[in-house]
Design a protein around this ligand. Structure first.
Ligand SMILES: [Zn+2]
Length: 351
């Protein structure tokens, strides 16, 4: 009996410590209140409640942490594609721009090439395409288009290239960690490299396609993958990467390597989270913690205890200010149509 209650006390103390040590909302003050931040990869959807929750989150971290979350790119939710981007821009008081999306390239791309130009004119800022491991969408490999370099997708990429429509957070592969920590998402390195190679084939065929690959192109979970990403960025000048959901894996790679990579390729990296919509405003603080962990990792040398989702600790990268400016907003302002205009209208310096 006594043993049981001792155990319970220990576990209560443990959870209190865990909560205290991870509560950045009450602790973090940014050293960079003057840098606006743009999250280029979110799944807010079109529900007005979700939009107001985001605006509420913005107000909270501005008031308490001095952090200015200025603009979001909304790539829709899987079963809730955006219909009217102008309406969402208005509802969000000029802070949420939207992309069109396709959550399974394996079934063929849903937007016909001839419609893309009209969609851009309607205000959509890019085309989000999901092409992760085929077995997450298809029962048999033969049932669809397992890899992104399928010839059926060619006319779409050619049209995007022609009209200058950006590939917005194009999802290639899934995380593949080092030996012993492969991750459940894409444990097989052979399949993993088939997906990465297929993507390389697309970029070779479409040198003028401007694209932001989601999640660091999922080339950030091993040090040698980061080297390959250096090679990709060097080879394809129109390739960029977003950082969405990558923060949880930074303990898998050498901190100095990752830091050096971000400084070296700062012009080609954009900030992102992959956060979706939430209905219950009581859970806004959970999203706030996710944002703040990401900011702490990029801006400070502090340690995020328990990593991103309760994993190993992650030591912050303490990136220089000019690098943060590029990653937080300058690159996004250059890449996505409409971002510069919105920042200007919201009162930010855009020159
Ligand atoms: Zn996403």
């Amino acid at each position: 009996m006594a043993k049981e209650s001792k155990k319970a006390t220990i576990s209560i103390i443990f959870s209190i410590t865990l909560v205290l040590s991870t509560n950045l909302y009450s602790q973090l003050k940014t050293a960079y209140p003057d840098i606006p931040r743009i999250d280029v990869h979110t799944h807010i959807g079109s529900d007005p409640k979700a939009i107001s929750n985001y605006l509420d989150l913005r107000k909270k971290i501005l008031d308490k942490n001095g952090i200015d979350m200025a603009v979001w790119i909304n790539l829709g939710k899987g079963n809730d594609p955006i219909e009217n981007p102008e309406e969402i821009l208005t509802l969000s008081k000029g802070r949420i721009l939207c992309g069109i999306s396709d959550y399974s390239a394996h079934d063929g791309l849903q937007h016909a090439p001839e419609n893309l130009e009209g969609l851009m004119k309607q205000g959509f800022v890019g085309y989000k395409i999901w092409s992760g491991p085929w077995y997450r969408k298809l029962k048999n490999k033969e049932d669809g288009f397992p890899y992104i370099d399928n010839p059926a997708h060619e006319p779409t990429f050619a049209e995007m290239e022609r009209i200058g429509m950006i590939g917005a957070s194009v999802h290639i592969a899934d995380p593949n960690g080092p030996w012993g920590e492969r991750t459940a998402w894409l444990a097989d390195p052979i399949e993993y490299w088939k997906e990465i190679t297929a993507w390389r084939n697309v970029l070779e065929k479409h040198p003028n396609l401007t694209v932001v690959a989601a999640h660091g192109n999922w080339l950030m979970c091993q040090d040698a993958q980061i080297d390959y990403l250096r090679n990709m960025l060097h080879t394809f000048p129109n390739l960029h990467v977003d950082l969405a959901a990558t923060f949880q894996y930074y303990h898998l790679v050498n901190r100095d390597n990752l830091r050096s990579f971000m400084i070296e390729w700062a012009d080609r990296i954009v900030f992102a989270t992959d956060i979706g919509a939430w209905e219950n405003e009581d859970t806004t603080n959970e999203r706030i913690e996710q944002y703040l962990k990401a900011f702490q990792i990029l801006e400070t040398k502090g340690t995020v205890k328990g990593g991103f989702f309760g994993g190993p600790d992650i030591v912050g990268l303490e990136l220089p200010k000019d690098v943060l400016e590029k990653i937080y907003y300058k690159n996004a302002m250059r890449l996505y149509p409409g971002v510069k205009k919105q920042l200007y209208e919201l009162g930010f310096k855009t020159e």
